[in-house]
Write a protein that binds this ligand. Structure first.
Ligand code: 13P
Length: 339
C-alpha cells in the first residue's frame, strides 16, 4: 500500500462516530505521579499490569478507536504474552505512540517552553512501525500569563509540531498534533480564547508550510476554559460556544477529526463540555475525545494496584468510555452517570 492510502486507512479506523481515543502515554515521571495517588510504586511490572488492565478491557473497542502508548508499553506484553500493540488491535483499538521527548525551557524566552524530539525521529519511526504503531502524538505546551506565550514560543512550537507531522506522514504514520494551552493560572476565559486562537492560527500556517496533508492528521486541542485559579467559573454553554468559535476560526474543514485533551478537568466536566459542543449544530469535523486523566482517574482509583480489583477498574474505564462516546454524538445525559 502506498503511504497516502495507508494514512487514509488509519484515519478511517480512528475517526468513527461515537468513538474517541484513550491517552495512556504517561511518561515515567507522570505515571509515577499518578501511581502515588493510590500509594503504588512505579515499577516496570506495575506499569505493565496497569496498562494490561486498560488495554484488555472487554468491549473497549466499542467506544475507543485508538490508544496512545508510551514507548515502554509498545515493547511490553499483555498477561497472555501478546505484545501490547497487537493486544490493543485485537480489542478493536488502533495502537499509537507518543514520540515527543518532553518539554524544556525555550532559550532566551523566560516562562515559555518548547518540545524536543525531532532529531532522529524518522529512524525511530521505522522501529515503532515494526512494533505495530500506526499513529503518533506530539504535545506542545503554552503557559498563559498577561504576557505569555510570546510570539517566539507560538512560532517555534508551531514549527516543531509541523516538522513532526511531516516526518510522521512520510513514514505512513498519522500524526496527532497537540497544542495544549494550559489551564494553570488566574486568567479569564477570554484570555484563553485569545491565546488559543493565536496558537492554532500559527499551527495551521506551519502545517501548510511543511506540506502536511490536513486530511491525514488529527488535531488534539485544549478546550477554551478560564484559568484554574480564576475566581469565576464559566457555564458549560459558555465554554462550548467559546471553544467552537475559536476552532471554527482556525481549523480548516479538511481536518477529519478533533480529539480534545482533558487537561485537568474532572471526568464529568470533560464529558459534559464535549457533549455541549456536539449539540451546537453541524460542525465541519468529527469532535471527540483523547482523554488521559478524564478516562483513567476512575479506573485507577478502583484498581489501587490490587489484582482483585481489575474487573471493577475495567468497568469504571468502560463506563467513562461509553459516556464520552455518547458525548461525542451529543447524546450524553447526566442521568447516565448513575447507570
Ligand atoms: P489529559 O487528558 O490528562 O490532559 O491527557 C491527555 C494527553 O495526552 C496530554 O498530552
Amino acid at each position: 500500500m502506498d503511504t497516502r492510502s495507508e494514512l487514509q486507512v488509519t484515519i478511517n479506523a480512528m475517526v468513527q462516530p461515537g468513538k474517541g481515543l484513550l491517552a495512556a502515554d504517561e511518561s515515567g515521571p507522570t505515571i509515577a505521579k499518578r501511581f502515588k495517588t493510590i500509594g503504588l510504586e512505579s515499577t516496570e511490572e506495575n506499569r505493565r499490569a496497569y496498562r494490561n488492565l486498560l488495554l484488555t478491557t472487554p468491549g473497549l473497542g466499542e467506544f475507543v478507536s485508538g490508544v496512545i502508548l508510551y514507548e515502554e508499553t509498545l515493547r511490553q506484553k499483555a498477561d497472555d504474552g501478546t505484545p501490547f500493540p497487537q493486544a490493543a488491535a485485537a480489542n478493536g483499538v488502533v495502537p499509537g505512540i507518543k514520540v515527543d521527548l518532553g518539554k524544556v525551557p525555550l532559550a532566551l524566552a523566560p516562562g515559555d517552553e518548547i518540545t524536543e524530539g525531532l532529531d532522529g525521529l524518522a529512524k525511530r519511526f521505522v522501529d515503532y512501525k515494526r512494533l505495530g504503531a500506526r499513529f503518533a502524538k506530539w504535545r506542545a505546551v503554552y503557559n498563559i500569563t498577561a504576557s505569555l506565550p510570546s510570539r517566539l514560543a507560538i512560532e517555534a512550537n508551531a514549527d516543531s509540531l509541523a516538522r513532526y507531522a511531516a516526518i510522521s506522514q512520510e513514514a505512513g504514520i498519522v500524526p496527532i498534533v497537540e497544542p495544549e494551552v494550559l489551564m494553570d493560572g488566574d486568567h479569564t476565559i477570554e484570555r484563553c480564547a485569545e491565546v488559543t486562537e493565536a496558537v492554532l492560527h500559527e499551527v495551521f500556517h506551519a502545517l501548510h508550510r511543511h506540506r502536511v496533508v490536513l486530511e491525514h492528521i488529527l488535531l488534539k486541542p485544549s478546550m477554551v476554559l478560564p484559568g484554574s485559579e480564576h475566581q469565576q467559573q464559566s457555564s458549560t454553554a459558555h465554554i462550548a460556544a467559546a471553544t467552537v468559535r475559536v476552532l471554527k476560526r482556525t481549523v480548516p474543514a479538511a481536518v477529519p477529526g478533533l480529539v480534545f485533551l482533558s487537561g485537568g478537568q474532572s471526568p464529568e466536566e470533560a464529558t459534559v463540555n464535549l457533549n455541549a459542543m456536539n449539540r451546537l449544530g453541524a460542525l465541519p469535523w468529527n469532535l471527540s475525545f483523547s482523554y488521559g486523566r478524564a478516562l483513567q482517574e476512575p479506573p485507577l482509583q478502583a484498581w489501587r494496584g490490587q489484582p482483585g480489583n481489575v474487573k471493577e477498574a475495567q468497568q469504571a474505564l468502560l463506563k467513562r468510555a461509553r459516556l464520552n462516546g455518547a458525548a461525542a454524538l451529543g447524546k450524553y445525559e447526566a442521568a447516565m452517570e448513575k447507570d
